[in-house]
Design a protein around this ligand. Structure first.
Ligand SMILES: *[C@@H]1O[C@H](CO)[C@@H](O)[C@H](O)[C@H]1NC(C)=O
Ligand SMILES: *[C@@H]1O[C@H](CO)[C@@H](O)[C@H](O)[C@H]1NC(C)=O
Ligand SMILES: *[C@@H]1O[C@H](CO)[C@@H](O)[C@H](O)[C@H]1NC(C)=O
Ligand SMILES: *[C@@H]1O[C@H](CO)[C@@H](O)[C@H](O)[C@H]1NC(C)=O
Ligand SMILES: *[C@@H]1O[C@H](CO)[C@@H](O)[C@H](O)[C@H]1NC(C)=O
Length: 432
């Protein structure tokens, strides 16, 4: 995960959040403004503690807590006590004060006036980021139906998400990153109608991504560093996401041309180390809002699609560690906002125009380990010939994964929208 993308995302999400948070009480401000900063370092901290199963738990005393005047806080009390009951390690003693009916005083629990009745306090946020807590999320979690934000980043929560989470109909941000959640993709999140930010990275979710994920109104989707497999769904798209991070999963298959359905919103697409094969589809060049594109550490073949010369907002482009061939087009090196172009460890054989001297354009670059005859640190002639003798026809090239052809048509099956040689202006909007 590169820091540039996170920090720019943080800026982006702030504007969204601000509007939202005005609705919540001042109790929130401290916690929410630091949330994005906490996210940025979510992957840094990985604990290796084992669960200590202690037999001592404080059982709830509903009679003592009964508060007829606010049944919503009472339901939250029941939920939090049930949760505390399945917390097995809490090295910072965060849940020690989770005693009695005053849930708004619990550490990490935040209350604010209810959206539907400002006279009533409800539990609207839980922030236990970086608390190293081990435990489960109990079925009673569904009683916390007033929650707008859940931040559980960097703990040792494990198991699967309770189905009752479908009850959290006001949930806006869900950050479960850097925990030990397992099982298939937690489809319960798909039923949350107002979810905007979904961060599941650094867990152990496995299997395919449900196609429905991409038809939800999510602004940010982080699923990197899990054990997700199977191709990126061919139905990918129709999404409203501006940031999508798939990195470090084992998807395989090709990037489907349906990626074009992200064109209206997508600004950052990180597909690092996702076992992608086949050619980059022309459609990647129609994602006209892209600022960051990183497809490094994959098995991509074929040329840079000419359509990419239309990505006028592109700042960071990383194609390194693939098997790409052909020319590095001048049109890409001339992109007005390009600040870093990394294309090392491929089999490019020619740099067109300004691409030959990116220093003169003030662009950070890495062109090592290609097949440029005049440049230092290139591959050997033998290595280059072995690949260049077998040029790739992107209309014929199959996707690697066996299941790929069934669920995600390769570009062999779906002809590109524009011929390889024509400029992208027909489909990619132009900018001043
Ligand atoms: C948590 O509580 C235990 C038992 O009271 C104590 O030994 C420990 O030092 C506390 N840990 C912290 C970080 O305060
Ligand atoms: C869902 O929330 C409602 C209150 O909004 C509550 O009455 C109900 O018990 C909750 N359901 C579950 C499964 O937690
Ligand atoms: C790529 O992802 C796999 C898991 O899918 C991981 O084991 C491997 O270390 C990653 N490689 C790089 C270069 O990050
Ligand atoms: C350019 O991008 C590459 C790949 O993301 C990164 O390793 C490198 O540090 C960046 N260079 C600069 C100067 O930002
Ligand atoms: C690249 O351009 C810079 C600045 O314009 C110049 O100093 C340098 O000699 C050029 N390098 C090559 C290899 O032409």
């Amino acid at each position: 995960m590169s820091s540039f993308s996170l920090s720019s995302f943080a800026c982006h999400v702030f504007s969204l959040l601000l509007t939202f948070l005005l609705v919540l009480s001042c109790l929130f401000s401290n916690f929410s403004l630091s949330a994005a900063a906490k996210r940025s370092s979510s992957h840094v901290y990985v604990s290796h503690h084992h669960h200590s199963h202690s037999g001592h738990h404080n059982h709830p005393h509903p009679a003592a807590a009964s508060d007829d005047s606010n049944p919503r806080l009472y339901r939250a009390f029941l939920a939090l006590q049930a949760w505390k009951h399945v917390i097995y390690s809490d090295p910072y003693n965060i849940t020690t004060n989770w005693v009695g009916p005053s849930v708004c005083n619990y550490m990490g629990v935040y209350c604010s006036p209810s959206l539907d009745d400002p006279k009533i306090q409800v539990v609207s946020g839980i922030d236990l980021n970086h608390r190293d807590i081990a435990g489960f999320l109990p079925e009673e979690f569904g009683l916390l139906s007033d929650l707008a934000l859940i931040h559980l980043n960097s703990n040792r929560f494990c198991g699967i998400l309770p189905q009752s989470m479908a009850n959290l109909t006001l949930l806006f941000e869900l950050d479960l990153s850097n925990n030990r959640f397992v099982g298939p993709f937690p489809t319960v999140v798909l039923s949350l109608p107002t979810l905007n930010y979904l961060d599941l990275r650094y867990n152990e979710f496995e299997g395919p991504l449900p196609p429905e994920l991409f038809s939800k109104k999510l602004d940010a989707i982080f699923v990197n560093n899990n054990r997700l497999t199977s191709v990126i769904p061919a139905t990918l798209g129709g999404s409203s996401a501006s940031v999508v991070v798939f990195a470090n999963n084992n998807f395989g298959g090709c990037l489907p041309p349906s990626i074009v359905n992200f064109a209206g919103t997508l600004e950052e697409l990180l597909l690092i180390n996702t076992s992608l094969s086949g050619c980059l589809p022309q459609e990647v060049g129609f994602l006209y809002k892209l600022r960051v594109l990183d497809v490094s550490y994959n098995k991509l073949v074929g040329p840079i699609p000419y359509s990419m010369t239309g990505l006028s907002h592109l700042e960071q482009l990383n194609l390194a560690h693939n098997k790409l061939t052909g020319i590095v087009p001048a049109g890409v090196c001339c992109l007005p906002n390009l600040a870093n172009f990394t294309f090392s460890y491929n089999y490019f054989c020619e740099e067109e125009g300004t691409c030959q001297n990116l220093t003169s354009k003030g662009i950070a670059f890495d062109e090592r380990r290609n097949c440029f005859p005049e440049k230092p640190y290139q591959r050997t002639q033998k290595e280059c010939n072995a690949i260049l003798e077998h040029p790739v026809d992107c209309f014929e090239y199959p996707c690697d994964s066996g299941s790929a052809s069934a669920s995600a048509p390769s570009i062999a099956a779906v002809p590109a929208a524009t011929p390889l040689s024509s400029p992208p202006s027909a489909a990619a909007p132009t900018y001043t």
